[in-house]
Design a protein around this ligand. Structure first.
Ligand code: ARG
Length: 395
């Protein structure tokens, strides 16, 4: 009996050729597993394509809701942005997909997992480190990394084996998508000076120019309502993607540092994710005590780095998540976003736990602040400086 391998299958050219390649070169039975993380795809067609490419079994696993609840909510609570800009779209989906792959490997009694990542990217790192964290006894194969074929050669390879691979028109970009956003790279974008052509964007096209407002309700750091309508977190992201995206907000064009040491020009669109992070940060500004807010803000870039670097399943990430979770206890309330073409800004926030105290902040008659407290405080605050200044004058 042939050995079984569970392949992370996307339905694209590389993973389709990988099905054929694993079957013929490795003599393996391929179980193609496609994971629905909210990308815009016809999953029945994907399943059929896997079978047509020679897979023994092909399954689609829908983890949309749990991906949002167990992964994206943690990223949002941490306001996670890699290099201060990228909301970690692909980085977050990899460990979630690996959970499914490991599970399916057990189910089908396969001792090997394969993925279609190349040797130059971050995704191989995330897949393999996550597999080793969850199930160190599994073998890993990366056929795309090993076969050393150009795109044309891999198409020919599949043809020679009598397999019809999914090549439509010239593939312009490498695209990865899930409910948290879309990553678009390669092709003309590889020159960082080139302006991203309009066809790069699909979630962020301006179809509305009349400004509008949307109110997002958070409960302990997680969004639970849009304009008073209760929805699941996944549904909220989905609804915001279309609403905020229709104003063209959420585009990112950046050169980033890959884990493998390569600088890479990336374009992203993440209207829902960026709108939510903007709203969540703002609600934290009124509900988090100062020291907690500042300490958390220092951790956030580090958390983003861990996610980016494939260390979702790691003791440090676990410890950070515990800290962040505890910080979110009172991040409950509402934020009002103002939408207009290419813009999404906060224009109001309120919370039952707001630490904003009108009687302390105001300069009018309701002022309850004891101004005489200030004099001594400021004197002591600056005592070291005034001592230093006196000394400077003398020497
Ligand atoms: N540079 C991004 C990241 O490392 C996006 C990767 C997109 N992956 C892809 N196969 N197109 O997270």
């Amino acid at each position: 009996m042939n050995k079984k391998v569970v392949l992370a299958y996307s339905g694209g050219l590389d993973t389709s050729v990988a099905v054929t390649y694993l079957t013929h070169e490795y003599d393996m039975e391929v179980i193609a597993v496609a994971v629905d993380v909210g990308q815009n795809e016809d999953f029945e067609a994907i399943r059929q394509r896997a079978l047509d490419s020679g897979a023994k079994e092909a399954v689609v696993v829908d983890i949309k809701e749990s991906f949002a609840d167990n992964y994206l909510s943690k990223a949002l609570k941490a306001n996670a942005l890699y290099e201060n800009r990228y909301p970690l779209v692909s980085s977050l989906s990899r460990p979630a997909i690996v959970e499914v792959l490991v599970d399916q490997a057990k189910k089908f009694d396969a001792d090997t997992i394969a993925h279609g990542c190349t040797g130059k990217g971050n995704d191989q790192v995330r897949f393999e480190v996550s597999i080793r964290a969850l199930s160190p006894e599994l073998n890993i194969i990366a056929p795309t990394r090993d076969w050393n074929m150009t795109r044309e050669q891999s198409i020919d390879y599949a043809k020679n084996k009598g397999i019809e691979v999914p090549v439509t028109k010239e593939k312009l970009y490498s695209i990865d998508e899930n409910i948290w956003g879309r990553a678009i790279e390669c092709g003309i974008l590889e020159d960082p000076w080139n302006r991203p052509p309009e066809d790069v964007w699909s979630l962020t096209r301006v179809t509305k120019d009349e400004p509008s407002e949307v109110v997002i309700t958070f409960d302990s750091g997680v969004p639970v309502k849009i304009n008073e309508k209760t929805l699941s977190f996944f549904e909220i992201i989905s609804e915001l993607n279309s609403l905020v995206g229709s104003y063209g907000f959420g585009r990112i064009d950046m050169v980033e540092n890959r884990r493998v040491g390569i600088k890479s020009r990336e374009t992203y669109e993440a209207p829902g994710a960026l709108a939510l992070i903007c709203a969540h940060r703002d609600l934290e500004a009124v509900t988090l005590e100062r020291d907690l807010a500042h300490e958390k803000a220092k951790m956030e870039p580090r958390i983003a780095e861990l996610i980016y670097d494939g260390l979702w399943f790691s003791p440090l990430m676990e410890a950070f998540c515990d800290f962040v979770e505890s910080s979110q206890r009172y991040v409950t309330g509402e934020v009002r976003l103002n939408l207009s073409p290419y813009s999404c800004t906060v224009n109001g926030r309120r919370s039952p736990y707001s630490l904003y105290d009108y009687s302390l902040a105001t300069y009018d008659a309701q002022d309850s602040f004891d101004h005489s407290d200030a004099e001594g405080f400021v004197k002591l605050w600056g005592l070291g400086i005034s001592t230093w200044a006196q000394k400077q004058k003398k020497v």
